[in-house]
Write a protein that binds this ligand. Sequence first.
Ligand code: NI
Length: 177
Amino acid sequence: MAIRQVLRMGHPTLLEVAQPITEFNTAALDGLIEDMFDTMADYGGVGLAAPQIGEGLRIVIFGFEASERYPDAEPVPTTVLINPEIEFLGDEMQAGWEGCLSVPGMRGLVPRYQRIRYRGFDQAGHAIDRTVQDFHARVVQHEVDHLDGILYPQRIEDMREFGFIEELGLREGLNPP
Ligand code: NI
């Protein structure tokens, strides 16, 4: 187990399309996922994608009981999701504040689909198939974007809704997580 360094926005690896996993249940895969959990816990995140620690593979992890970063969010089960696919259910979009361990100190208002179905595999190769909504759906869309080289600032529609956490907190009626 090891805490790895999280790459920050600007690093070219974060812009690459990650490769699918072809072999499950291997020591190398288990070790990488352990590193991802150690790193996510150390940085205090609610999700992490393998490219964020420099591994161009289609693996994301997420989940929390309670998050200091997102105190109002409902809990999301701790999940390892490999080779994910997302199906958007309906047209309804929701704007919500997002941060990212690769964009430290900042938040942006990002529209996401409110309801999605996602499928993929855990590290043993067991199928995952869930229909979710709200913050759970947001976290999955954010993490899966990382596998396609997309960071949340690219999804912000109004760049006035992007900034440093402390400065955004000064706005009247606005309390970004
Ligand atoms: Ni992120």
